[in-house]
Design a protein around this ligand. Structure first.
Ligand code: AMP
Ligand code: ZN
Length: 471
């Protein structure tokens, strides 16, 4: 691979990023200004996402919007994957659908969870990435890459697994700055007897008859977690790309191991030139996580009154998230959400426009995504635009760069429970072939600006109806 294909030698456009590889704020230069390439690790779809999981989705959505502004709408490729093969998914499938064949149960869990994730992050104004590959679509590529790693002496078979040999890579640990010797020095680390080095990690593991599996030269099995991102990023972005992102907890082992696999398989010096990691969303000083049990799902915050006795609009959740810069921790609190809501209450509605955003806001975001300062500047602009309609276009374009918007007046007046009840009554009417009643309900909802969308469950054939507010 020639240096030109991997070196960050593009034009400097004012963007500076803190690169986890060097722990320095660096001038960002793309490999190819015509196609800036960003990869972010997406969700494992076994359960609803919590508001902490929304942080990388929102932070890198702003990055995507900013890159499109700097390089042009069609000159950025953003890949955010879906992890749909994982032992947590299998366990959930067994628990929730004990009467189904495991494969069908898994399909149900992953589909339901991925659908909910899309609905959740859409409510947080997160745009769709350019590509959203699923791990199960790339098993063949994973088998191929594992084969290459074995061939090049970077992986070995032992104890029903194929493992990556961390000892075969002299600079393993470069991202997290963990040295192999440090790991060995802690003599208390339990080394699985079949591993050559304690840090060796699974590329492939054999599946029992009941477990999901795919054929491979090493027997019917399933991939480890890390290999999927190496394969999906190469597929869509090439062997070396510009920016790789995710939450702080992914630096080690996930991203370290992605780098090890990709660099050793491709003989490259790096996998991505810039690595960005968002800080944690915390509750009383502790990371929000499923295992701590201190979490609120996005759906819960949007649709129930479980947090603070009320629902929270997506616009408020998003603004609250961006009021803290992405590398700092956020304490998730009512106060924070109310602060965001109070700001939004002063902002005028956005207008359609194709003017450029405010250069000061572009500059602030270009400084390592300084979203907190950008929001202060946007707020000042919003207050001016509320008094002077001439400023509405530049205010709107700037708000769009952050994906933030005042809470739509249309939405706040709507009684969702009543609409859900009407939708259900219409489904009952259809079931009873009472077409007139079904039409009457549809028309009545339409007169309130509610549009119904019918679809069918692809497995059961059952009719499903969703609704949205027609602007
Ligand atoms: P997971 O489903 O746990 O793999 O997480 C998906 C993404 O959310 C990863 O990028 C994690 O780093 C990120 N993440 C998980 N918990 C938090 C949190 N409390 N705050 C911020 N990011 C998080
Ligand atoms: Zn990943």
């Amino acid at each position: 691979m020639s240096a030109a294909e991997t070196q960050a030698t593009g034009t400097f456009k004012g963007l500076k990023l803190t690169n986890t590889l060097t722990r320095q704020k660096e001038d960002f230069r793309a490999i190819d200004d015509e196609n800036v390439r960003l990869y972010v690790c997406g969700p494992t779809v076994y359960d609803y996402a919590h508001i902490g999981n929304a942080r990388p989705a929102i932070v890198f959505d702003v990055m995507f919007r900013l890159l499109k502004h700097l390089y042009g709408e069609d000159h950025v490729t953003y890949v955010r994957n879906i992890t749909d093969v994982d032992d947590k998914i299998n366990a959930r499938a067994l628990r929730d659908y004990p009467d189904l064949a495991l494969n069908d149960a898994i399909a149900k869990v992953t589909r339901k969870t991925a659908d909910q994730y899309h609905k959740d992050i859409k409510a947080l104004h997160v745009q769709e990435p350019t590509f959203e590959p699923r791990a199960t679509q790339h098993i063949e590529g994973m088998v191929k890459m594992i084969g290459v790693l074995i061939e090049k002496g970077h992986a070995y078979q032992a104890g029903g697994e194929v493992l990556f040999d961390t000892g075969s890579m002299p600079d393993y640990g470069g991202l997290s700055k963990r040295k192999l010797e440090d790991q060995l020095a802690g003599a208390r680390i339990a080394v699985d007897a079949h591993k050559k080095n304690p840090g060796d990690f699974v590329l492939w593991k054999l599946s029992s008859e009941e477990e999901p599996g795919w054929d491979s030269p090493w027997g019917r099995g399933r991939p480890g977690w890390h290999i999927e991102c190496s394969v999906m990023s190469e597929h869509h972005l090439g062997k070396v790309f510009d920016i790789h992102g995710g939450g702080l907890d992914l630096i080690f082992p996930h991203h370290e191991n992605e780098i090890a696999q990709s660099c050793c398989a491709h003989d490259t010096r790096t996998m991505a030139n810039y690595w960005m990691h968002n800080g944690f969303l915390q509750v009383e000083g502790r990371k929000m996580s499923k295992s701590e049990g201190n979490f609120f799902t996005i759906q819960e915050l949007l649709e129930t009154e479980n947090f603070g006795g009320r629902k929270w609009p997506g616009e408020v959740l998003r603004l609250a998230m961006l009021m803290t810069n992405y590398r700092e921790p956020i304490d998730f609190s009512m106060r924070k959400l109310e602060e965001a809501e109070n700001l939004l209450a002063k902002w005028p509605d956005l207008v359609e426009t194709n003017v450029e955003p405010d250069p000061e806001i572009v500059e602030l975001l270009s400084d390592d995504l300084n979203s907190s300062a950008a929001i202060q500047a946007l707020h000042a602009l919003a207050v001016e635009a509320a008094k002077d309609p001439q400023k509405l276009p530049v205010y709107s374009a700037s708000a769009d760069l952050l994906g933030v918007a005042p809470v739509s007046a249309d939405l706040s007046g709507i009684d969702e429970t009543a609409i859900d009840a009407a939708v259900k009554a219409r489904l009952d009417a259809l079931k009873n072939k009472n077409w007139d009643e079904a039409d009457r309900i549809r028309n009545e909802l339409a007169s309130q600006g509610i549009q119904l969308k019918d679809s069918k469950d692809s497995e059961t054939g059952e009719r499903l109806t969703s609704w949205e507010v027609k602007k």
